[in-house]
Design a protein around this ligand. Sequence first.
Ligand code: HEC
Ligand code: HEC
Length: 278
Amino acid sequence: MTRTLIFVLLTAGVCLAQDHGQGPRSSVEPVNPFTGQKQAIDAGERRFKQSCAACHGPEAEGGRGPNLAENADLQTMSDGQLFHTIQQGIPGTAMPPSYLPDNDTWEVAAFLRSLNDPISENPVAGDAEAGRKLYYGAAHCGDCHAIRGQGGFLGSDLSNVGARMTAKQLRQAIVNPDASPHIGFEPVSVIRKDGMEFKGVARNNSNYSIQIIDTKGTLHMFDKSDLKEIVFDDKSFMPDNYRQTLGPDGINNIMAFLAQQVARPGTKRPRRPGQANQ
Ligand code: HEC
Ligand code: HEC
């Protein structure tokens, strides 16, 4: 009985403590009015560079304070908790209160969300229809990547890419494919004992056999005893000059198209219920 009462009081205290935000006062958990809004995210980024970058790094990559991009804590933190942390700091640590006005606080929070949430929840400003045309046309993405069964198989399946990558990760994957290891897609070329050469990505590679998807998308299986040579390469098959060939608009358009590729629309990452920080 007493414990229930204390719990109720605590919960009420937490709600009051967090109710700095806009929106209806009756809502238990404040919701960031700016999530996914490009202008607010950009404003939040500028504010972040002024007020936070000294400790968290200009790209939120971390420094004296922790990395705030692809940060597991942030991914599950509720909007209210994030707001409270930014405005009030974390007592007893080097994270100071910012005392930013509510609107600015939500903007910074929206910016941080964009570094952690999948791109489907933080759309980039681009023309998705123009992006779709580029994807299947001039940019040839569809030659190597399938979306719901349509397209090639040399690269990964992008049917759910909107739900599994942040905008930043996606942009990076497009403009700089060699920046991350090619796990599951190691470029390889093999020469068979009869002199035939095959190039592609390695799929299953065991002591005795290797499977390769060649650049046309055909799967080949080899006994290693039939091969004269196996050479792995660091260079992805994916072109590394999209920044130049597509330009910023082209890349934004393709990203807007890919942001819509979600296998199960409407499913969002769960957040912890609201709690005050310490
Ligand atoms: C003086 C350095 C400093 C400044 C300035 C600063 N922070 Fe921090 N921040 C920290 C430190 C250190 C921590 C880790 C605290 C801890 O030990 O839990 C932290 C933690 C955080 C966390 C929680 C991260 C997590 O993984 O739980 C968030 C969110 C955050 N800061 C956002 C901001 C924002 C937004 C700003 C600017 C308005 C800002 N910080 C300014 C040092 C700073
Ligand atoms: C010639 C084949 C080819 C073309 C063309 C190509 N890619 Fe790729 N892509 C790959 C391969 C292979 C990988 C696998 C990882 C690697 O090599 O780094 C990859 C990786 C990716 C990834 C990371 C995937 C993941 O699942 O984590 C994304 C996103 C991506 N490509 C998007 C694109 C887009 C968008 C285009 C067009 C602008 C494109 N690719 C054009 C072959 C290609």
